[in-house]
Design a protein around this ligand. Sequence first.
Ligand code: HPA
Ligand code: ZN
Length: 326
Amino acid sequence: EERLHAIRALPKTELHLHFEGAAPPDFIRGLAKEKHVDISRIFNPDGSYAYRDFVHFLSVYEAATSVLKTPEDYARLCAAVLEESAEQGVIYAETFLSPDFCGGGDVAAWREYLHAIRETAEAAEKTHGITLRGIITCIRHFGPEQAKTAARCAAETKDDWLVGFGMAGDENKGKQRDFAYSFDMAREAGLHLTSHAGEWRGPQEVREAVEDLGVARIGHGVRAIGDLAVVDMLAEREITLEVCPGSNVFLGVFPSLDKHPIDALRDRGVRVTVSTDDPPFFHTTMPDEYENLAKTFRWDEEVFTDINRTAMQAAFCDDATRDAIL
Ligand code: HPA
Ligand code: ZN
């Protein structure tokens, strides 16, 4: 259908993309073979990633990431991901990068990874017209002490390509406020803040990310819908949600897209945006997300244009970069 084709082709901004989570299974299999690492257990017979549930997904994610051993490996991944994203109409993206995976928390090693990724991203910007920025990310289930290592990498790496600090990982481990020290350090280093909240836990977790960490954006945040006071707080404070509908449905956070609260949250005045999270893991792409939302909620081009404007306004890049894209 013509309408859906036009919607798939719209220029898109993606704010929530885990860097290693964007790696196609063939890419990871190829690296594993090169390095003689046996990770065949993380693949289905058809070649796709194999996992049972979210917590198992996190361990499969870490196994896939274990074959990305050098800055050059990350540069190769960056080139592959940006070429594909640009083909799919993405013009601006932010990606989560973790010093825990890139150099094991060592600041000097982290800088080498960052340098390789940034150089590749800048080359891709020239050839494909896609702009990428990085969000340095701590991993919740690695605990607050290791998060401080990530925050120190952030504070000790003055690089304007790194625009934010975030937290990913298992939301059922610990509390948002356990990571306040790290978020404070990142804020003082001039970074914008986001945290995964309200994907698995309820509205209170979303409130705590805002009140205890002072984030401007929330990764997911969709389970705020269970408490309208939290929904209204998000609207009033102009917090932007990085919503990943396909990920939520694939992982069973909601049984189907028509039961997903993205449309209801938007109706109530919350700033919602659309991302893929870990696209090959959840069998999604940005054009697929747009098409499915257009079909399910009868969203037209104007809605998507508005959502992309919201996303660029909430982007963590500097204003000159934002204005060049808007
Ligand atoms: N959610 C939380 N943590 C993650 C994810 C995700 O989708 N991907 C990698 N770490
Ligand atoms: Zn995520």
